[in-house]
Ligand binder design. Structure first.
Ligand code: TRP
Length: 326
């Protein structure tokens, strides 16, 4: 059976676009696979220097995935920094990785280009963690002999770099130590518009939070921008959000009620609020319950660690042997 692996960066608050466009499809595609999901806390260190935030985001993103239905009995769920072999393998991979490969990586290039554009030193503010981000990610993937990495478009290059690194290592030591992973681009099931009609995104400040309480959802839904002209509800952000959240038959009803002027925007917003509460209300309660019991999350991480360490150790040992360390 193929090994499927995904890393999740611990970040702040999630919105319903994250759930519908990333979390839900990832969980669906993991069913019946030999799946490993982990929180990439080592990667987060490159950016976030507040230790409390690192700790808190790790727990809250874990709570988010658990509340979203990640079943740790079916998907091995672990924390990257619990697996010391990740860091050990990173060192071995660094020795066979060309610097020029890192120069091409998008995240580094973007930071460098921004510096150049702002007439700063090209390396200003760029730490080695950002520069070698792809090597750490390759270690995550190669350590478990991963076959498939489900990714969004933005991570394709990282998996390609991983393929290069793995091939380089295997070639250098003339041994097939690492499985060459393939990426799998998740079809973009849902791009959800935000409350202002642009794509829902933290950077536009137009999001509907995923985990919150009905009174907050109500406030946000009220703010959804609607056109005084109601003649084309099909393309309104209100309808498109509803369509992404509610079952198909209900969104057909809403559309025809709007088109035939049986209801106005106010009633449509009430229905959207109801649909959001139906879809995400229980999930939100679960999320806050998980957050109240961080020891339960730690217990799940411990279970994941126990499953991952033997596999990680096996790959690391063969990599060490291949390069003459033992
Ligand atoms: N770089 C990924 C992101 O930004 C997170 C990640 C870290 C990852 N290690 C990984 C994803 C290994 C897939 C496989 O989202």
């Amino acid at each position: 059976m193929s090994i499927v692996l995904t890393g999740i960066k611990p970040t702040g608050d999630l919105h319903i676009g994250n759930y519908l466009g990333a979390i839900e499809p990832a969980l669906k595609s993991a069913v019946d696979q030999n799946s490993y999901f982990f929180i990439a806390d080592l990667h987060a260190l490159n950016k976030e220097k507040d230790p409390q935030k690192i700790h808190q985001y790790t727990l809250s993103i874990a709570a988010a995935w658990l509340a979203s239905g990640l079943d740790p009995q079916k998907i091995v769920f672990y924390r990257q920094s619990d697996i010391p072999q990740v860091s050990e393998l990173t060192t071995l991979l660094s020795a066979v990785t060309q610097k020029s490969l890192m120069n091409k990586a998008h995240a580094y290039k973007a930071a460098r280009d921004e510096n150049l554009q702002k007439k700063r030193d090209p390396d200003a503010g760029i730490n080695m963690g950002l520069y070698t981000y792809p090597v750490l990610m390759a270690a995550d993937i190669l350590l478990l002999q991963t076959n498939l990495v489900p990714v969004g478009q933005d991570q394709v290059q990282h998996v390609e770099i991983t393929q290069d690194i793995a091939q380089n290592f295997n070639r250098t030591y003339s041994q097939p130590v690492f499985t060459i992973p393939q990426y799998f681009i998740q079809p973009d099931l849902a791009t959800v518009p935000g409350i202002d009609g642009r794509k829902m995104s933290k950077s536009y400040n137009n999001t509907i939070p995923l985990f919150t309480t009905p009174d907050i959802w109500e406030k946000v839904v009220k703010k959804i921008v609607t056109d005084s002209d109601i003649s084309n509800p099909k393309n309104s952000s209100l309808f498109l959000i509803y369509k992404a959240v509610a079952p198909e038959s209900q969104s057909q009803n809403l559309l025809s009620d709007l088109e035939n002027k049986r209801i106005g925007w106010k009633e449509a917003k009430d229905r959207l609020l109801e649909a959001i509460i139906t879809r995400f209300g229980d999930m939100s309660r679960d999320y806050f319950n998980w957050l109240k019991s961080p020891q339960k999350i730690e217990a799940i991480f411990a279970q994941g660690k126990e499953k991952v360490i033997p596999l990680a150790q096996k790959t690391l040992a063969s990599a060490q042997k291949a390069c003459g360390l033992s």
